[in-house]
Design a protein around this ligand. Structure first.
Ligand code: AMP
Length: 171
């Protein structure tokens, strides 16, 4: 039987030379792959008490919404700057070249709400640290972070060592 890992497609040198891009479209397009992915992310949340799923655009949305739906919790989007229509708070973080800014609606999380963050892939952890900062600035408590894929060599787990992290596939 095919394992979750078998559905991930590796694209060498995308978007630039030296990057091994983990393409999850091949997971999503197969009903068995999609089911395996959502199920394996969600398995980490059994018996966990939480109020909200937070996820970043765009691949985080793909997995975050079905998990929120299945666990009867709400979903909160984190977006690139300029996309959210209401008042926001922002975080700017460093990328390999330059920086990025993401934001969240300032009324999206109430103080003390328990938050699970979902994303497709953990590399350096910089993106996730910025998302955590947004959640915590609003008074949310990050109780779990779920990734579909973790690139171990990039040591994102060390950066996020104070949080409970799970990943379904490790490279
Ligand atoms: P980082 O902030 O370094 O942990 O990067 C995380 C984000 O960049 C994830 O949300 C991924 O969507 C994307 N990303 C980084 N490296 C890769 C890769 N090798 N394959 C696919 N996506 C990647």
């Amino acid at each position: 039987m095919k394992q979750l890992k078998d559905y991930v497609r590796n694209i060498p040198d995308f978007p630039k030379k030296g990057i091994q891009f983990k393409d999850i479209t091949t997971v999503l397009q197969d009903p068995a792959g999609l089911k395996l992915a959502v199920t394996s992310l969600q398995k980490e949340l059994v018996d966990l008490d939480f109020d909200l799923v937070v996820a970043p655009e765009s691949r985080g949305f793909i997995f975050g919404v079905p998990i929120a739906f299945n666990t009867n919790t709400g979903f909160v989007p984190v977006r690139k700057v300029g996309k959210l229509p209401y008042e926001t708070i922002q975080e700017t973080y460093d990328l390999e070249y330059g920086s990025a800014t993401i934001e969240i609606h300032k009324d999206a999380i109430q103080k003390g709400q328990r938050v699970v963050i979902v994303d497709d892939l953990l590399a350096t952890g910089g993106t996730m640290q910025a998302i955590i900062n947004l959640v915590e600035k609003l008074g949310g408590e990050v109780v779990k972070i779920c990734f579909l894929i973790e690139l171990q060599d990039l040591k994102g787990r060390e950066l996020l060592k104070n949080y409970d992290i799970s990943s379904s596939i490790v490279y």
